[in-house]
Design a protein around this ligand. Sequence first.
Ligand SMILES: [Zn+2]
Length: 227
Amino acid sequence: MKIIDSHTHIDYITCDLQPEVVGCVCCAVVESDWNNIVDLVKQDKRVYGAFGVHPWFVESLKDGFDIRLENLLKTDSDYMVGEIGLDKHKPNMEKQVEVFMTQLDIAVKLKRTVFLHCVGAWDKILHILKQYKQNELPMLVVHNFDENDMILKQLLKYENVFFSISKNVVYDINYRIEQIPINRILIETDAKKDVLLKDVLIRIITIKNDDGVPEIIYNNTLKVLNK
Ligand SMILES: [Zn+2]
């Protein structure tokens, strides 16, 4: 069983901690993470870097972050964009939208996979996505997806959207993974120490009643990483 953790953070590098994990995507949340992630990616081939600013931290932004982000991404075609998005429980929605759109534009321009955080703001994100042609959009990984079927249906219309599933699939009996096609599923810890990815995978195998699930999910992740 080979697993890639499709969303973690710098303080919890799962490939050192869970024996089945052979790789992980390390997502930045603030600009001060970027250099640390670059160092880590250079030292450890199992770690893939995603760079950006999380919607919780838009207030910490310094002028010119967008230029620095674009310049950093241009230094390595493997670098991706994340964790970016919108969160209605956090302040400054107007600023969040502005920062998200700026970062998404850079990802579109450079054709880089995006790791997306969205809480209670799908109307806004779907509206923003509609401003692009479908074939213009890069691969989008919706992290810790836990939304209703209507949103899911709209997202599934985009061929390049993937869903990164975490412990909700193990613990929440109301969480319906049946509706998400297996070729769109990835798995993640989101740096939560109580998430064992092996358990998440076993639960998905049971729900989908398919022993091929680990290989399919592994291949989905390679696709998202452009590997
Ligand atoms: Zn995260």
